[in-house]
Design a binder for this molecule. Sequence first.
Ligand SMILES: Nc1ncnc2c1ncn2[C@@H]1O[C@H](COP(=O)(O)OP(=O)(O)OP(=O)(O)O)[C@@H](O)[C@H]1O
Ligand SMILES: [Mg+2]
Length: 263
Amino acid sequence: MATTALLQVQGLAVQAGGVRVQQGLDFEVQRGEVLVVVGPSGCGKSTLLRHLVGLERPAAGRVLLDGHDLHHGDEAALAALRRRFGVMFQAGALWSSMTLGQNLMLPMRLFTALPAAECARRARFKLALVGLQGGFELMPAQLSGGMRKRAALARALALDPELLFLDEPGSGLDPPNAARLDELVLHLRHYLGTTVVMVTHEITSVFAVADRALYLDEHAKTMTALGTPDELLRHGPLAVRQFLQRGAAPAPAGPDRHPRGSA
Ligand SMILES: Nc1ncnc2c1ncn2[C@@H]1O[C@H](COP(=O)(O)OP(=O)(O)OP(=O)(O)O)[C@@H](O)[C@H]1O
Ligand SMILES: [Mg+2]
């Protein structure tokens, strides 16, 4: 239903290695929204993401996609729900022994009945979308760090996800390449209507792409702020303001948030 949030997180508690790292998480992700998850290293951002994509079971609470519980139901139904996501993990590795084309076609081969020629056509389209047209036959080792990140993003897009989860997509990139990746995320949202949940520790990224930011506090072990980056910078709890001030944009972003470097 169009009025329901695409993703609903209700009373969620998450564990890593048997230890509860976050609890009492209540938030929604609206269709077409870019929600950014921030917080100090080790606060549980990646752990939350693994729960949101259904890889791990919550210690409490639930995660609903279009009203369907992601952790309860028969395996076939759950698999169908999860196929609606694209995921780029923090390590974000491509298969090093496969070309970019093969990397992108693998999920299509595994999860669709598309003929090989159609998989190849779609893989080329996704590579072009991230600026890697002509990269179909390249091996990951032939790529720069920025290109590899974009290829990993293209692979996350392989199955035309309506919801994209990105864990630190810009980490390890120099500022121009990180900014390019941010732009790409905004383009995906604009042209494909993709809803995005993105973890980042790059404050410039937060201001460049986030409609709203969710702050996970490592001491309180729960979310302590949720709002637009500007709201949080001005009126958020002290720890959140300090966190955002580390790299706050010099000028408040306008309605058409522009990537860093163009201000
Ligand atoms: N498999 C595991 N076993 C034990 N502890 C773990 C495991 N995975 C994560 N942790 C711990 O859980 C906490 C949350 O980890 P998580 O990776 O979710 O943090 P994060 O916010 O993503 O950090 P970063 O910003 O460094 O990526 C950390 O204290 C981490 O050391
Ligand atoms: Mg992490």
